[in-house]
Design a protein. Structure first.
Length: 273
């Protein structure tokens, strides 16, 4: 059985005209455009997604300051209010620094901040914790450790970055094995170009990790003609064909990441039904 995940919030907010400046990025919309966040969640649900990630990628204290707990709770609430009650809500736990700059990561030293954030997400009422977009193995494992110190199911999504160079398939497998030993219930490849995702997913499949695996890729570069445009066609169909390859390789958790839209989610749904 394939579980369909939702797609990105940050780039979709931007596509719908909502400002997403750094450092808060998508988090600013929790206060400036909550109705757009709600609409995006609802659109992913209508497209077939049954697991929805709350807009908490950038609601940590070091990013948004003293309002971090309120903003985290509000992000989860917006998700709950926008999707069917039988769908699952995931709390996003992201790298403390730029997710494409693993050299800036505090590594294992990130544990205390991830712990506080994981506990806040649990208090906010998410169904599972999604540690996502980690290219630094030490910080990825610190995030998993923090998440597993709660009572919630924990998934880990690793990224090779925008050029698929931040992790090798072997490094991803090594990190995945350690994460599973810590209690991660699923391992995914995320925010890696869709055209480059299969080799990472296949490596995870060959490793026989003993947990579900999956992928939610980004649209890659503009030349890939998969996303980043006002019109999702025909890029959504191209993305769905690639997702079908991941499923054939063993993925049971499939969604999409930066540069994609609810139309991509719908195309994947149609491809697997």
């Amino acid at each position: 059985m394939i579980t369909l995940l939702d797609g990105p919030l940050g780039t979709e907010l931007n596509r719908r005209g909502v400002a997403t400046q750094l450092p808060s990025w998508s988090a600013a919309a929790i206060e400036s455009a909550p109705e757009v966040i709600a609409a995006i969640h609802a659109d992913y649900a209508d497209a077939g997604a049954t697991v929805h990630t709350a807009n908490t990628f950038r609601t940590k204290q070091r990013t948004v300051g003293d309002r971090w707990q309120i903003m985290t709770e509000r992000a989860v609430e917006l998700t709950r209010q926008s999707v069917p009650s039988n769908h699952r809500v995931a709390g996003s736990i992201a790298p403390l620094e730029d997710c494409y700059c693993p050299d800036q990561s505090p590594g294992a030293g990130a544990l205390p901040e991830h712990q506080a954030f994981a506990e806040q997400l649990e208090n906010a009422g998410v169904d599972l914790l999604l540690c996502e977009t980690f290219p630094n193995p030490d910080e990825a494992l610190a995030a998993v450790t923090a998440a597993r110190n709660t009572s919630l199911e924990t998934w880990l999504a690793l990224t090779a970055g925008p050029d698929a160079t931040l992790m090798s398939p072997a490094e991803m497998v090594s990190t995945a094995k350690q994460a599973v030993d810590l209690g991660a219930a699923a391992i995914l490849v995320n925010c890696t170009p869709a055209v480059d995702t299969l080799r990472f997913l296949a490596a995870l499949a060959d490793a026989a990790l003993g947990v579900p695996i999956g992928a939610y890729a980004n649209a890659g570069c503009a030349d890939d003609q998969i996303g980043w445009t006002a019109s999702a066609e025909p890029g959504a169909k191209t993305y769905a064909k690639l997702a079908r390859q991941w499923i054939d390789a063993g993925a049971t958790l499939v969604g999409s990441c930066c540069g994609t839209t609810p139309e991509h989610t719908k195309a994947v749904r149609d491809a697997i039904n």
